[in-house]
Design a protein around this ligand. Structure first.
Ligand code: NI
Length: 169
């Protein structure tokens, strides 16, 4: 296993749509292991394949871990939100959006269907933090970041700060 470097804005790979996974093979298993290790090392609660530069519909997450240790790793291949209800607002950050967090409004409860790492059908229903992580990670597969779901004003402030930092480097 290996930690992969995490792509950060303004890297445009984060804005690309990811493709469905059609073959579950050893290469994919290695990618899953590397993504899990990368997520725990960061540390983060979730990671989507485009964040490591792979445009595959694949997410990993673990909302139970706190200090870097694997506890309840979940993998979803080709995840799809099939049910969503209610509303909640929660502070979010992202390993691909450096030094920024903001309150984001999302569905309070979602069901995501897809395949597990062996290719068996899987359905996960979550609320609260789990619902947020599921929606946040699935968004990544469509090139959507949490900053797209905040006010234009706040997003503009962040993007200007990012530009200034890039110019100062
Ligand atoms: Ni993210």
């Amino acid at each position: 296993m290996a930690v992969i470097s995490i792509r950060k804005l303004p890297d445009q790979v984060l804005r690309e749509p990811s493709r469905e996974i059609t073959e579950i093979n050893g290469e994919l298993q290695r990618l899953i292991d590397d993504m899990a290790e990368t997520m725990y090392a960061a540390p983060g609660l979730g990671l989507a394949a485009p964040q490591v530069g792979r445009l595959h519909r694949l997410i990993v997450f673990d909302v139970t871990h706190r200090d870097g240790g694997p506890q309840d790793l979940k993998v979803i291949i080709n995840p799809c939100i099939t049910q969503a209800e209610g509303e909640l607002t929660r502070e979010e950050g992202c390993l691909s959006v450096a030094d920024f967090s903001a309150e984001v409004r999302r569905h309070a409860r979602v069901t995501v269907k897809g395949l597990d790492r062996e290719g068996k059908p899987l359905s996960i229903t979550g609320e609260g933090l789990l619902a947020v992580v599921l929606q946040h990670e699935v968004d990544h597969l469509d090139g959507i970041l949490f900053i797209d779901r905040i006010s234009r004003l706040k997003r503009g402030l962040y993007l200007r700060r990012l530009k200034k930092q890039a110019a100062a480097r």
